[in-house]
Design a protein around this ligand. Sequence first.
Ligand SMILES: *Cc1c(COP(=O)(O)O)cnc(C)c1O
Length: 429
Amino acid sequence: MKKLAIHGGNKVRNKLFPAYRVIGEEEETAVTRVLRSGILSKYLGCWADDFYGGPEVLAMEREWADYYGVKHAISVNSATSALYCAVGAIGIAPRDEVIVSPYTMCASATAPLIYNAVPVFADIEYEYYCLDPDDIERKITDKTKAIIVVDILGQPYDYKRIHEIAQKYNLYIIEDNAQAPLAAYNGRYAGTLGDIGIFSLNYHKHIHCGEGGVLVTNDDELAERLRLIRNHAEAVVEKKGVANLNNMIGFNMRMTELEAAIAREQLKKLKRLVEERRANVKYLEDNLQDIPFLRMPKIREGCLHSYYIHAMKYDEKQTGISREKFIAAMQAELMPIELRESEGVKIGKGYVQPLYDLPIFKQKRAYGDTAYPFSPEIDYSGRNCPVCEKVCHSETIFHELMRPFMTKADLDDVLAAFHKVAENLDELR
Ligand SMILES: *Cc1c(COP(=O)(O)O)cnc(C)c1O
């Protein structure tokens, strides 16, 4: 008799996993306060007091800066906007090169294109999935201006080595920390390690306010340039007396008072939410030790992980069963997460496809019917990112079934599914 659900057996679990509900009474009260004030956004796109936003925006930015121990926090309407701001603020010029990761959310690789600069992919580390310092150094040319490092899946990048490289070649580091709030590198918070750090407040992140992003920096001049780009810089520079006009075409990337008020409450909840993730991961990992063909993620020495995603390595050689088939069997045993039903069971392969495979890079087409700003020499084949190829196309299994609000019984269902499939591999052969 077949036991596995993929072959018609009973599923391990028949009800949805609990929703990630982080919005509660505190946010309701905060939003009500803003609604009653009648001011949903107080920004002015000209040189006036309100150029920097209203009371909730200003309070949120002060609280965020104090929380992370940085001089400046600048709110925007998404982390994608934050990336665009950051690339503009460092004064990037057309055809400059920026080293980026192929293993991340697409905006951390496409951001340079907004300023007609060219993303150059470096490979990732096999164990940690972050940018590989050795490969960064190989891909530096005399056009390289910056590195966009990503604290991917919740793990800090190799701060020490990448900073040595940045100093040696005089490069800026933009740190995309959308996935790793409260991760740490030798006691310093991820997100505060680069020249500019970026946080996301979108619905899927550790904390959220609907949509939102925050930039942090200790550099006064960069901070002011970020604020200008956020809010119609070109209309402001003359009256404000800004001398450096590089990349001073502004956007409207302003966060509203509503989102800022929610973000203030969310920040208070962050520690507890990250700690719960860590505890859930520990429980899962302790109880998956006996499955020989799964290897748990490694944490870089001296670092704390914040587990946006839990990524394991799957050894196809040991099982003789493809990763795809194993995942399909796992998915059949389990259920989606409430409020995210349409995404299916949140366990999958590889996390993302390598970003150099996106049509924008494969076809080198970003602006109109031209190849600008890509040069003919630039290679987006993936041949020079072998580790990323291996991680995405054969070895990695990721899941999100360690989020807070998962009870011990919920986690036990996840474990039961892994063990059930592991014990019945013969059925899949
Ligand atoms: C989510 C995410 C972003 C984009 O965040 P938004 O706030 O949705 O724009 C950027 N980089 C990484 C690594 C992300 O995970």
